[in-house]
Design a protein around this ligand. Structure first.
Ligand code: 8YV
Length: 321
């Protein structure tokens, strides 16, 4: 019997995923869940056939160039792969995979939590209760924005965006969207397509960002585009921080042009723009879109399915490079 492929696993994964890794591979696990530097990853990958990383590890062109020759694949434990320079990986003949679909529901749940939490001032309210500064009640106390029946714009109607649309319909929201491609009419389920971002924004009483991080989407929500939103809109982001220009959103939150923002993802996590923390009209979460037991197991299994395909000489289902 040939030796099992060696897999460097950069973070501590769910027990069931690590069990399967031990059964089918020779894994180099990280039981203390240390955050490895690029230099450590390069060293630890010596002699490994593949790496199974999270979005917390950056595979820049420079890191990829320094990976040991033994490494043939990067099987990400994430749907986003903006942390991997796919052009550099391709040039080097490295196979790169991601874990789509399995986190749609969990991420859509978080988007809905952000949407409602921002609109109904959940962060502020919780702070009052926790800090014993809740003293009174009055008809004008903690009045927020009603969600039911409002117009929701979805920027990026991909796998997660579609689930968010379904969930939001449960709140009688009217769905509008922009994506590079229009959906088939049967998939639209009545959602209104806008050919450009600029067409979408003026109708969005709520805007939820669901596009990936690409050179085209970096800073997409800048001051100019934020100014196209109706006054008092609510902005939600459970996709990637880079899509939003922080200075522009913070200025709009301060002026009231944007009434509230619900954010699970940020530029430079976890060292986010400090002003988000100071604002009362933000509802902030620490990148937990996919953080449910079911989803984290499914992400690990999907990454392993991809590795299984690669090491049995088949095309992995989720190849991105
Ligand atoms: C994960 C994510 O927590 O999968 C993604 O792209 O953003 C998150 O849901 C993380 O990336 C795991 O590596």
């Amino acid at each position: 019997m040939s030796a099992k492929p060696v897999v460097l696993v950069t973070r501590k994964l769910p027990a069931a995923v690590e069990d399967r890794l031990r059964r089918d591979y020779e894994p180099r696990l990280n039981p203390d869940d240390q955050l490895y530097s690029s230099g450590e990853i390069i060293e630890l990958a010596e002699g490994a056939d593949a790496i199974l990383p999270c979005h917390t590890e950056k595979f820049t062109a420079e890191v990829i160039a320094r990976l040991p020759d033994s490494v043939k694949a990067i099987a990400n434990f994430s749907v986003g792969y903006d942390h991997v320079d796919t052009a550099a990986a391709k040039a080097r003949g490295l196979i790169v995979t991601n874990t789509p679909e399995v986190l749609n529901d969990a991420t859509a749940e978080i988007a809905m939590l952000l949407l409602i939490g921002a609109a109904r001032r959940a962060g502020e309210g919780e702070m009052l209760v926790r800090t014993r500064t809740w003293k009174d009640w009055s008809p004008s106390f903690m009045v927020g924005i009603q969600v039911t029946g409002k117009r929701l714009g979805i920027l990026g109607m991909g796998r997660v965006g579609k689930v968010v649309a379904r969930r939001a319909r449960g709140f009688d929201m009217e769905i509008h969207y922009h994506d590079v491609r229009r959906l088939d009419p049967d998939q639209e389920a009545g959602a209104v397509y806008h050919q450009t971002v600029e067409d979408l924004l003026p109708v969005c009483q709520f805007l939820s960002v669901h596009c990936p991080s690409t050179p085209e989407t970096k800073g997409l929500l800048n001051a100019e585009r934020i100014a196209l939103l109706p006054h008092g809109a609510v902005v939600v982001n459970a996709a990637r921080g880079v899509v939003i220009d922080d200075e522009a959103l913070i200025a709009a939150l301060k002026s009231g042009a944007v009434a509230a923002a619900g954010l699970d993802v940020f530029n430079d996590e976890p060292d986010i723009h400090p002003e988000y923390r100071e604002l009362a009209n933000t509802f902030l979460l620490p990148h937990i879109g996919s953080a449910t037991r079911e989803t984290r197991d499914a992400m690990g299994f999907r990454a392993l399915d991809n590795l299984d395909a690669i090491f049995s000489g088949h095309e992995p289902r989720d190849r991105v490079a």
